[in-house]
Design a protein around this ligand. Structure first.
Ligand SMILES: [Cu+2]
Length: 125
């Protein structure tokens, strides 16, 4: 291989790694939810190649309403699971779906698509 070929190869690999990181691993935003009317903590989550926001900070012992809107047709994201709270929901494209429960104990809990490719985190304080 010539030097140019080596540089091109290395640049290509670096670019692939960055793209993979950007789409799957980079945090898409953290949000802290405060309780609104009736003491319900409400957060709107966009589902499109991931969850936005994907880190959600809430308070323990107060009802939480997660409003998922899926803006893509990729079958990967059609189901959202929150295993620690025994919650799951089907997300038809373009429709808002509510998932409601009360996080009891402080801790960090994941939510994800069925195959675990898209991930988010619920931080209960
Ligand atoms: Cu998936």
């Amino acid at each position: 291989m010539t030097t140019i070929q080596i540089i091109v190869t290395i640049t290509g690999i670096a670019l692939s790694i960055f793209i993979a990181w950007f789409f799957w691993l980079a945090p898409k935003g953290q949000t802290r939810v405060t309780a609104g009317i009736g003491g319900v903590q409400e957060v709107a989550i966009t589902v499109k190649g991931g969850y936005t926001p994907d880190i959600i900070v809430v308070k323990a012992g107060q009802p939480l309403r997660m409003r998922f809107t899926r803006q893509e047709s990729a079958s990967c994201s059609e189901t959202v699971l929150i295993p620690d709270f025994h919650q799951s929901a089907n997300l038809p494209e373009g429709e808002e779906v509510l998932v409601e429960f009360t996080p009891g104990k402080p801790g960090e809990y994941g939510f994800q698509c069925k195959m675990g490719m898209l991930r988010g985190k619920l931080i209960v304080e």
